[in-house]
Each structure stands twice: as C-alpha cells, then as structure tokens.
Design a binder for this molecule. Structure first.
Ligand SMILES: C[S@@+](CC[C@H](N)C(=O)[O-])C[C@H]1O[C@@H](n2cnc3c(N)ncnc32)[C@H](O)[C@@H]1O
Length: 281
C-alpha cells in the first residue's frame, strides 16, 4: 500500500469508528454469506485480509470457536488498533492482529483452512498476483471468499453523495475504475481473475446491503466523516464545500420516510474460490 493510501486509511479510521454501528448492521448478512461461502466452521484457522475495524475477524472468531483461530491483517495501523481493542472488549482470545499488505504477502504455504476479505480486494495493485499469494496460504481444499462492491449505479450509499457533490460544484465525476471501491464490480471478470490465480470451483452471488440513517443529515455526515471524498473538493472555498454538502442533504431528503429516516440499498458481490485438492496419480 502506498504511503499516501496508508495516510488516507489511517485518517478515516476515526470516522469509521464513529459510524461503526450503522455500517456493521448494513454488512451483517453479506458477512455471514462470505463466511458460509468460505466454509468457515468450528476449529478452523482463518486469515482475514484488510480487516479494517476487525468486524469480519470477530464474526469469524465466533464461528471458529475456542478450538480455532483467526489471523486478522490490515496495512493501516489506526484500523488495527481499534480492531484489537474491540476484540478484547468482546472477550475474544482466539483472534490476533498484525500488519500485512496484501500487495506484498509473505507466503507460508498451506497454513490456513480458509481466507476472507471484505471490501478490500478492490484496492489490490495487481489482483491476480495477490490472489495467487492468498491461494498459496490455504491448505489444499481451503477456500477464500471476498466481498466487493457491485456497479456504482447500484451502490447508492456511495454514489448519491459522490454524484451530487461533484455536480453541484461543476467538478469532473469521481472515477470508478482501478483503485476505487468499484474496481471489481464486473462479476464475470472477477470470477475470471480468481480462475487466473489458480482458484477452482469459483462462484459468486449478489447480496444487497441496506444502510439505514436516522436522517438525511446523518447520511451526509456519514459520507463526510467516513470517506475521503471531501478531499476531492478541498481545493474549493469553504462556502462552496458547504453548499455541496447541503445539496447532498437535500438529495437524501428526497428519499426520506415520514419518520425522516433514509434507507440505501446497495449491491455487493460475494465471490469464493478453492485452492484445489491435490490429485496424485
Ligand atoms: C473499505 S475498508 C474495509 C475494511 C473492512 N474489511 C470492512 O469491511 O469493514 C478497506 C480496508 O482495506 C485496507 N487496505 C487497503 N489496501 C490494503 C493493502 N494493500 N493491504 C492490506 N490492507 C489494505 C484499508 O486499510 C482498510 O482497512
């Protein structure tokens, strides 16, 4: 991970922490799906890549139980610090945290029964190379499952704010290609990359995530504090920035329910592949 990216993730960690309850509620069912597709069960040794605040590692640690262990990794120290505190608050002793960059993995062959990664793979510099290293970390028959965002036009929780901010200020749209959250939104291409990295039995599912906010203002705060999109307009005057964020609130208001709450349904892809069981002839 480049130094600038590390700074970006470390600087958004506080916002992630603040909005933790909203994001975790939204991600719950997709996460359980990912753990199912990775075949995680009692006693397993699992590696979690780009764990962020550690929610996936914690959900996984509950599944593997005391006989298993989860090795949670991320490249951003500020995320890992929160994750470690959170796991110990939950009284979990079967999860450990360490710094690791999935662009540069040290491969200890066949060490894990399963691997998982939620909303991280999109940031891989060379996806197939990272996937190959991840596969080599699994025992024969072990499965790796990941969650990535679907197409931007079906990931409203990001796209509403991104579009309104840039349109209001007449700025060019925020890119959605390589290195962005939408880099892997083509399901067929994603499965192809898993196959190119040597995974077998590759499969994927589309799963909806539902973000619920108490108000349009809360949605705008969530986007402002938890993402780095504000940086895209930081060269504009404070008045312009305020006007753009006010436009985001107005746009979110349009979909508010009678109790003022706002709901976003977005599409994610859960993909999984297996490290082939070796055949001896
Ligand atoms: C969108 S967040 C997802 C965090 C967490 N998995 C979740 O779903 O809540 C992306 C995470 O990927 C991590 N990340 C980005 N690039 C990485 C890399 N090259 N190696 C390891 N972690 C990386 C960031 O530090 C951040 O925690």
């Amino acid at each position: 991970m480049a130094d600038q990216e590390k700074r970006d993730w470390n600087s958004t960690a506080a916002g992630w922490k603040k909005w933790h309850a909203v994001s975790e509620k939204a991600a719950h069912s997709a996460t359980e799906n990912m753990l199912d597709m990775a075949g995680v069960s009692g006693g397993d040794r699992v590696i979690d890549f780009a764990t962020g605040l550690g929610d996936t590692a914690i959900a996984c640690a509950r599944r593997v139980g005391d006989a298993g262990h989860v090795y949670a990794t991320d490249a951003a120290v500020a995320m890992l610090e929160f994750a470690e505190d959170y796991a110990s608050e939950q009284g979990l002793t079967n999860v450990s945290f360490s710094r690791a960059d999935f662009n540069d993995l040290v491969v200890d062959q066949n060490a894990f029964d399963a691997g998982i990664c939620r909303w991280g793979l999109m940031f891989a510099a060379d996806l197939v190379s990272s996937l190959r290293s991840i596969r080599c970390l699994l025992r024969p028959g072990g499965t790796f499952a990941a969650i990535v965002w679907g197409p931007p036009e079906r990931a409203d929780v990001h796209t509403l704010s991104n579009t309104v901010l840039m349109e209001t200020l007449g700025e060019t749209p925020i890119p959605t290609g390589k290195g962005t959250p939408f880099a892997l939104c083509d399901r067929e291409e994603l499965e192809g990359r898993f196959a190119s990295a040597g995974f077998t039995n590759v499969e994927s599912q589309v799963v909806s995530v539902v973000h619920e906010f108490q108000s349009a203002e809360d949605y705008a705060r969530y986007r402002k504090e938890r993402s780095s999109i504000g940086k895209r307009i930081s060269h504009r005057s404070q008045a312009d920035q305020d006007r753009a964020w006010a436009a985001v609130v107005d746009a979110a208001h349009e979909r508010a329910r009678p109790d003022h709450s706002v709901r976003f349904v977005s599409e994610t892809i859960v993909v999984a592949g297996q490290n082939a069981v070796q055949q001896y002839f």
